[in-house]
Design a protein around this ligand. Structure first.
Ligand SMILES: Cc1cc2nc3c(=O)[nH]c(=O)nc-3n(C[C@H](O)[C@H](O)[C@H](O)COP(=O)(O)OP(=O)(O)OC[C@H]3O[C@@H](n4cnc5c(N)ncnc54)[C@H](O)[C@@H]3O)c2cc1C
Length: 509
């Protein structure tokens, strides 16, 4: 029998990121996957700006950006013509260092994560399947079926990153309520030519069947994502590219010369009832699934992993009570439910049938959309939502205070002045304090006494424009969200209360 601190079931993107963030924080992990080798198909393509911001903690952001493809704009097409174009740079240049949509195919993404994990001495144990587990006393006992037969693994915690058909979820009995779309999704990675194969994202609004073209790295390479319904959806396994290609050719004027990968799948919209039960956690597709149309699924799983990792590390090191782990569910289930509801609504409108729905898509949206996105608040809202930079944990037990427009639970606003930004400290996985302006001596003394890094940046008007308050303190948690925002003038007392009230230690591992 082997003992580890965290047994991670599933080496998809969620499990790999969890393993990386735990290993980086000195936690002993074991990661198993039932497959013989990592996935070889592109699947999830979009890496959202928020994920890239968080990826700075493991020095991954630059590599993802360098190896992937930056999409500068999204276009809407109606009746074979481009009806509107939304450039991301104009929208987001003041919001994030990653003012674009990053395309990085999932197979390459997983390979990069595996490569980095090897740097921590962790290898995915392949052909090793979780059969079941029980919780016993101060740990779990997991039954694994490996290449040499069955074995039992003992662990302090088990993390179910085992995808939509999760055995961990089945064992916990937390259900998977929701529904299944009647449309079948298809994906096709193609080599093609035409005005819509220009490195940008293109969405066709004409029909009730959704159709989008995502650019892939390399000249003339693109991913088509679409839906089909009616009789064709009844036997998706029989669908071929030829059955769905006519519309792309007609509406988006694509000439396909080669199909490298074609696949169909059914999509569900579901969220499990609990993300934590005792010593077991559910993350990624094991916990929530929805339409891939908004490019949110994989990114949400990665966010789950980064949210849970620092909490597990703190509890395992005795720097936080078990209760801290409850906040994983509180913070992430709320977001997953909202996300599933939103993607469901948007997808339902985009694919609604009937004359009225068609009128909305082909007349009203093309008329209203360009005017709406000419308004900065609308552009901001759309980008913030899709890029996940708007995601926050306001009102949750770990979030406290407000200073300027920033509240506990928020993502720290990004501010760039003369080419220098305020995100340097965010590459650390640690409690830290940020002040824009001057730090009071008592704050400096408290941080020194507690080993909490204090970063003071000279106040600039741009900080105020971004919603920060002069001389206030912003305590960041190890996943870089604002824990406490305080401008009360008694910073040492505010910090001491924050940690004491939650039984947390500010000491960084
Ligand atoms: C064809 C296709 C196209 C897609 N396109 C998009 C897209 O365009 N955009 C988007 O956002 N998402 C897309 N997705 C969804 C996206 O791939 C998932 O959201 C993402 O992979 C979820 O990551 P995960 O790590 O949570 O789960 P998964 O990637 O499903 O990984 C789960 C892992 O657990 C392993 N496992 C399962 N059970 C066990 C067990 N009992 N024991 C051991 N190991 C186990 C599996 O082998 C697998 O490796 C697509 C999916 C498919 C199939």
């Amino acid at each position: 029998m082997n003992r580890t601190q965290v047994l991670i079931v599933g080496a998809g993107p969620t499990g790999l990121v969890l393993a990386l963030w735990l290993a980086k924080q000195g936690v002993q992990v074991r990661i198993v996957d039932k497959t013989e080798e990592p996935g070889t198909t592109s699947r999830a393509l979009a890496v959202q700006a928020r994920t890239l911001e968080l990826y700075r903690q493991l020095d991954l952001a630059e590599t993802v950006v360098a190896r992937g493809h930056r999409v500068p704009a999204v276009n809407m097409w109606v009746r074979g013509e481009k009806a509107a174009r939304l450039p991301f740079e104009i929208v987001a240049e003041d919001l994030t260092p990653y003012a674009f949509l990053e395309i990085f195919p999932q197979d390459e993404h997983e390979r990069l994560l595996i490569e980095r994990l090897a740097g921590f001495g962790v290898t995915v144990e392949r052909r090793t399947e979780l059969v079941g587990f029980t919780e016993a006393g101060d740990g779990i006992l997991a039954r694994l079926r490996g290449p040499d037969g069955e074995l039992v693994c003992e662990a302090d915690y088990i993390a179910g990153c085992d995808g939509a058909r999760s055995v961990v979820r089945e064992t916990l009995g937390t259900g998977f309520p929701g529904g299944t779309y009647r449309q079948v999704f298809y994906v096709a990675d193609v080599e093609a030519a035409g005005p819509a194969v220009d490195g940008e994202l293109h969405v066709d609004l004409d029909e009730a069947d959704f159709l989008a073209i995502f650019p892939l790295k390399g000249e003339g390479r693109a991913r088509l994502i679409g839906t089909v319904r009616d009789a064709r959806a009844e036997h998706p396994e029989d669908l071929k590219f030829e059955d769905v290609s006519a519309r792309a050719i007609e509406h988006l004027k694509i000439e396909v010369t080669r199909v490298n990968w074609f696949s169909t799948y059914r999509v569900h919209h579901r969220v499990t009832d609990h993300f934590r039960k005792g010593r077991a956690f559910l993350l990624g597709d094991a916990a929530h699934i929805h339409s891939p149309a908004g490019g949110q699924g994989m990114n949400t799983g990665l966010g789950d992993a980064i949210n849970l990792a620092w909490k597990l590390a703190a509890v395992l090191a005795g720097r936080a009570p078990d209760k801290l782990l409850d906040s994983y569910e509180t913070e992430r289930i709320a977001f997953a439910r909202r996300l599933v509801a939103t993607t469901d609504r948007v997808f339902s409108v985009a694919t609604a049938e009937g004359r009225f729905a068609e009128l909305v898509r082909t007349r009203i949206v093309p008329a209203v959309f360009p005017r709406a996105i000419a308004l900065e608040p609308v552009r901001d809202y759309v980008f913030r939502t899709i890029s996940q930079i708007t995601l926050n944990y306001r009102g949750a037990p770990l979030s406290a205070g407000a200073a300027g427009e920033v509240r506990g639970g928020d993502r720290l606003p990004w501010v760039s002045v003369d080419g220098q930004d305020n995100y340097g400290p965010l590459s650390a996985i640690a409690w830290q304090v940020l002040v824009y302006g001057a730090a009071k001596p008592e704050l400096t003394a408290w941080c020194a006494a507690n080993g909490v890094p204090l970063h003071v940046q000279a106040w600039r008007p741009e900080h105020g424009e971004a919603g920060l308050a002069k001389d206030a303190l912003y305590l960041l948690r190890p996943d870089t969200y604002v824990a406490l925002a305080d401008g009360s003038g008694a910073p040492a007392a505010a910090l001491a209360h924050y940690f004491a009230d939650r039984g947390l230690s500010p000491i960084n591992g």
